[in-house]
Design a protein around this ligand. Structure first.
Ligand code: RB5
Length: 146
């Protein structure tokens, strides 16, 4: 498993916390920035992480901004990306199980670090259930041409 991480200035501290969590869990990752709390535009880091996931080299992307909303909007503009904004573990579980989400977004101004760790943990360890959900994902794919 290889995780691509990115944030804007608002998500920088929580990203660092998630990185520590991944390190202590023995999970490989690459940090696509930002590397400080200097003001940054979230579409830039979102684009880097999304391209990394689309390349096939990375299993999942994790994007953090103040609310998680901007990152989610940007990531979901990209074909093949299913980004899920999660603020609790239940949504994270079903984002994987039912939606086969490949990008997790979180809001550093919405949730605390303990919650973020719980969300990340369940997201990366939950498998897509397939079955009827495959059909639904195919229907999403057909919309990606518009
Ligand atoms: C930055 O102030 C904030 O707008 C950004 O982190 C994010 O919440 C946008 O969706």
């Amino acid at each position: 498993m290889l995780i691509a991480l990115g944030s804007d200035h608002a998500g920088f501290q929580l990203k660092d916390r998630v990185i520590s969590f991944l390190q202590s869990s023995g999970i490989n990752y690459k940090d696509f920035g930002v590397y400080s709390e200097e003001s940054a535009d979230y579409p830039e880091q979102a684009a880097l992480v999304v391209q990394a996931v689309k390349s096939g080299e990375f299993t999942f992307g994790i994007l953090i901004c103040g609310t998680g909303i901007g990152m989610s909007i940007v990531a979901n503009k990209h074909r093949g990306i299913r980004a899920a904004l999660c603020s609790e573990p239940y949504s994270a579980r079903f984002a994987r199980e039912h939606n086969n989400a490949n990008v997790l977004t979180m809001g550093s101004r919405v949730i605390g670090p303990g919650m973020a760790e719980a969300i990340v943990s369940i997201f990366i360890h939950t498998e897509f259930a397939g079955g009827r959900h495959e059909r639904r994902l195919s229907k999403i794919e057909t919309l990606e041409q518009y």
